[in-house]
Design a protein around this ligand. Structure first.
Ligand SMILES: Nc1ncnc2c1ncn2[C@@H]1O[C@H](COP(=O)(O)OP(=O)(O)OP(=O)(O)O)[C@@H](O)[C@H]1O
Length: 267
């Protein structure tokens, strides 16, 4: 379409998105969180999702991964419709992505290696311990953790290491798509930067698409190909930060052009 602006939340016709959302509506009681939300995520990109607190970033992610049934709209992931699928079908689709929840969501009574093995055991029950341990060690190393981390319990790890352990588990099934909910929240700037670099490297090595919810302006500048802005119950724009800055929306201007945004841009 000749008139499609670069910041459109939907891709040009003919380009097949890895996530396709149309007309999404979510609400709780009287509160409408999303209304008529459209979004396309391009295969292979790192897309950042930003928006004020309570604008529905997590609810959007939950709608995509099937943890929240929308009131209306279409959600397709990896070419599969996600709404109204039976459990067996949904399970088959779920194994093609990995998720790192905000708090890591590790099982505290299991070691890191056992945590990483949980999804592998669920989907491939015939894989026996020596191979399971080998796969877990590989994922732990891939997440930048020292080899002895596998034997440790989550409570014995620093916050940054717990995030990496959660990432190792998210990578357990060789996902095509990785969902990260505020992965650098609570990390010091050096830890956050190292985590960003890890994500960027993994994307290159594993051909991942990354859906990244974050408030971290440094991460947005450092690793995101495009950024989706949630406001007014929709994704109001998706583009590079440079292009978003040209838009005359008050939240976008305040967020990216405020003191923190300018400092992140200058870094
Ligand atoms: N299960 C639920 N029941 C009722 N309200 C909910 C539920 N889940 C989310 N909400 C509401 O939906 C709105 C969007 O929540 P969500 O967690 O997606 O926001 P967010 O953009 O991720 O916010 P933050 O940046 O603060 O994490 C909030 O007002 C929240 O209170």
């Amino acid at each position: 379409m000749a008139n499609r602006p670069s910041w459109s939340p939907t891709l040009p016709e003919g380009e097949e998105p890895i996530i396709r959302i149309r007309g999404l509506r979510n609400g709780f009681g009287d509160q409408l969180v999303h209304d008529g939300l459209d979004l396309d995520v391009r295969r292979g990109e790192i897309i950042g999702v930003v928006g004020g607190s309570g604008t529905g970033k997590s609810v959007l992610m939950r709608s995509i991964i099937g943890l929240q049934t929308p009131q209306a709209g279409e959600v397709e992931v990896l070419g599969e419709n996600m709404i109204g699928r039976d459990e067996a079908e949904a399970k088959n689709i779920r194994r093609r992505w990995g998720i790192l929840f905000q708090n890591g969501a590790l099982f505290s009574t299991l070691t890191v290696a056992e945590n990483v093995e949980v999804p592998i055991r669920e989907y491939f029950p015939f894989i026996k311990p020596p191979l399971l341990d080998e796969i877990a060690s590989y994922k732990i190393a891939m997440s930048g953790l020292p080899p002895d981390t596998g034997e440790k319990y989550p409570s014995q790890l620093s916050g940054g290491m717990r995030k990496r352990a959660g990432l190792a588990r998210a990578l357990a099934l060789d996902p095509e798509l990785l969902f990260l909910d505020e992965p650098t929240a609570g990390l010091d700037p050096i830890g956050a930067q190292a985590f960003d670099e890890l994500i960027r490297n993994l994307r290159e090595r594993l051909d991942l698409t990354v859906f990244l919810i974050t408030h971290d302006l440094d991460s947005l500048y450092a690793i995101c190909d495009r950024v989706a802005v949630l406001a007014d119950q929709k994704v109001i724009a998706v583009d590079t930060i440079e292009q978003l800055l040209k838009l005359d929306h008050p939240w976008i201007q305040e967020y990216f052009n405020g003191p923190r945004g300018r400092a992140a841009a200058a870094a």
